[in-house]
Design a binder for this molecule. Structure first.
Ligand code: SF4
Length: 87
């Protein structure tokens, strides 16, 4: 194998390895993004109850002002389309 052919082969192996690393990083970034909370506007969050339903009665509510799936400050008196009543 000539030096030029050997260098080309090494470059191909190196590029292949970098592509695999990049794919792994992208997969990890996608997983991290999936773990991020939803923006309030995406779930039509409002800081008042709707038809008697409110955050303090939702399985996702986290005292005193949080939510497992929606980002930002959440009022116990609020509501969003992801409301799921406590059993
Ligand atoms: S109603 Fe929406 S914002 Fe409120 S606790 Fe439930 S999921 Fe979170």
């Amino acid at each position: 194998m000539s030096n030029e052919t050997s260098n080309t082969s090494r470059r191909r192996v190196l590029h292949g390895g970098l592509a695999i690393l990049a794919a792994g990083a992208a997969a990890r970034a996608t997983t991290a993004a999936a773990q991020e909370k939803l923006a309030q506007n995406l779930v039509q969050y409002q800081d008042t109850p709707k038809d008697g339903a409110k955050c303090s009665a939702c399985v996702n509510f986290e005292k005193p002002n949080g939510c497992k799936i929606v980002e930002g400050k959440i009022s116990p008196e609020g509501w969003c389309v992801a409301f799921a009543p406590n059993a």
